[in-house]
Design a protein around this ligand. Structure first.
Ligand SMILES: *Cc1c(COP(=O)(O)O)cnc(C)c1O
Length: 476
């Protein structure tokens, strides 16, 4: 059976209408899904339907059964984790990507997809002020991008010997990876998958600003050399997940260049801030990096997934990943890019389209305005918190994240008590459905994280959140 075009039109229009209403009324939904484990599954049949079901029934179940089990990431009072924001042009582009249903593994399988990806990645490179020689490719997530970087570092360090012979065949020297104790868990995951092994991951201490201490990095590298290990790769973070701390790229880059270590820069969320001339300093020293990742799907209004990976020498990337079975020998001879050799999966979605829609629709200026406003709101929020003696700011506010906790200056609490009180405060706020914040630990201290990055968050939302916070602690 085939859905006729009349039905497609009917439900296409119905669903677009629903999306438009959803976006208009999103603030009426609880930000955090207020369901219990199993509550959704219990409403769904255990076996698949034998017969065709009506689109109307399917869509009704989406609304009635599934929607209550959704956390609304596009609610402007979503302050949890890091954002994964979207925007109307991105949504529209995803319709088209789905409709075309193209699998864009090589140039020939959709020349426009490959060439548009080259163009939008060059646009992004210019927007962030990355060095001219950097080449870009879209990966699914920052985790994958970082894994690619680790694999490239491994292969460059061993002249592609591990690709060929496997880890056992290498010299007995251990390849070492360095990152800060505040780095994202994807670094550890990548180290495990790429075969370095967790024992070969060094977590470099951070200062009071939670940024990597370059002298400590240097010392760790020296120690490894003395023990006969082979320092291989440093993963620096621009905008750590806990507190958006900024590892200083320039001194770290100098150490890497001096020792010929691969430098990968993970700027998964914070990278977007570099589209602002006044924030470019966060990438100061980026020319020393071998690879760089940031996620337009976090803070650049492009729906998940879309991770922008840049590298200095794409030959290392393609040499690491290249495969050439007979059934894929197409287009190679014509000097075109085949992005299947630029990452892990063979198959690729047409992700460049949504990025193209977003950049064109907002324009660089429009994107800058949004990001600048978010940063401004975070600073305002920080200033309110600092002025209130019942609260304490827990980390420097470098961009759009405020880490803080309830900690009245006139009373003494143990760390355990503070953790308990702040956990309860967080749960109460999240249960309200009116806002969603998450937590972290900074040097062992429990902290609430309020990150401002949803596309439509305004001062009203931050003010409301602040009022809610104040009301919640009033009777503590
Ligand atoms: C979010 C985040 C990641 C992981 O991003 P994914 O795209 O979900 O894999 C990695 N590093 C940092 C610093 C992050 O904030």
């Amino acid at each position: 059976m085939k859905m006729d075009s009349k039905t497609l039109r009917e439900y296409g229009h119905t669903i677009v209408d629903w999306i438009a209403d959803y976006m208009d009324h999103i603030e009426e939904y609880p930000v955090l899904a207020q369901v219990q484990p199993g509550e959704i599954k219990d409403q769904l049949p255990l076996t698949p339907p034998e017969e065709s079901e009506d689109m109307g029934a399917i869509f009704d179940d989406f609304k009635q059964i599934l929607l209550p089990g959704m956390t609304h990431w596009q609610h402007p009072s979503f302050f949890a984790y890091f954002p994964a924001n979207t925007s109307e042009p991105s949504i529209l582009a995803e319709f088209l990507t789905a409709a075309l249903g193209a699998q864009c593994m090589v140039w020939q399988t959709s020349p426009a997809a490959t060439e548009l990806e080259e163009v939008v990645m060059s646009w992004l490179r210019q927007m962030l002020g990355l060095p001219e020689g950097f080449s870009g490719v879209i990966q699914d997530t920052a985790s994958t991008s970082t894994l690619c970087a680790l694999l490239c570092a491994r292969e460059r360090a061993t002249s592609f010997a591990i690709n060929q012979h496997g880890f056992q065949a290498g010299k007995n020297q251990k390849l070492i990876v360095y990152t800060s104790e505040e780095a994202h868990s994807s670094v550890e995951k990548g180290v495990k998958i790429a075969g370095f092994g967790k024992d070969q991951l060094r977590l470099i201490p951070t200062g009071t600003d939670f940024a990597m201490i370059p002298a400590a990095l240097e010392k760790a590298i020296d120690t490894d050399r003395k023990h006969g290990n082979a320092p291989c790769c440093v993963v620096a973070t621009v905008g750590t997940t806990s507190s958006t701390a900024m590892d200083p790229l320039r001194p770290i880059g100098e150490i890497c260049n001096h020792d010929r270590l691969w430098l990968h820069v993970d700027a998964a969320m914070a990278g977007t801030a570099a589209i602002l001339p006044e924030m470019r300093h966060i990438l100061d020293g980026i020319e020393s990096a071998d690879s760089f990742v940031f996620n337009p799907h976090k803070w650049m209004f492009t729906n998940f997934d879309c991770s922008a990976y840049f590298c200095k020498d794409p030959k290392v990337l393609t040499s690491t990943f290249e495969i050439l079975p007979e059934y894929l020998k197409t287009g190679v001879e014509r000097g075109v890019k085949n992005f299947r050799d630029w990452g892990i999966p063979l198959g690729r979605r047409f992700r460049a389209l949504k990025l193209w829609f977003v950049i064109r629709y907002f324009g660089v200026k429009g994107l800058q305005e949004k990001v600048r406003a978010h940063i401004q709101l975070a600073r305002e929020c920080e200033s309110w918190i600092r002025k209130d003696p019942r609260f304490e700011v827990m980390a420097p506010v470098t961009i759009n994240l405020v880490c803080f906790r309830y900690h009245p200056s006139h009373r003494t609490f143990t760390e355990e008590e503070l953790e308990q009180i702040n956990k309860e405060l967080m749960n109460e706020l999240n249960r309200s459905g009116k806002m969603f914040v998450t937590h972290t630990k900074l040097k062992g201290k429990f902290a609430l994280r309020l990150c401002i990055g949803q596309t439509n968050t305004t001062q009203d939302h931050i003010q409301e959140a602040w009022q809610r916070l104040q009301a919640s602690v009033a009777d503590l």
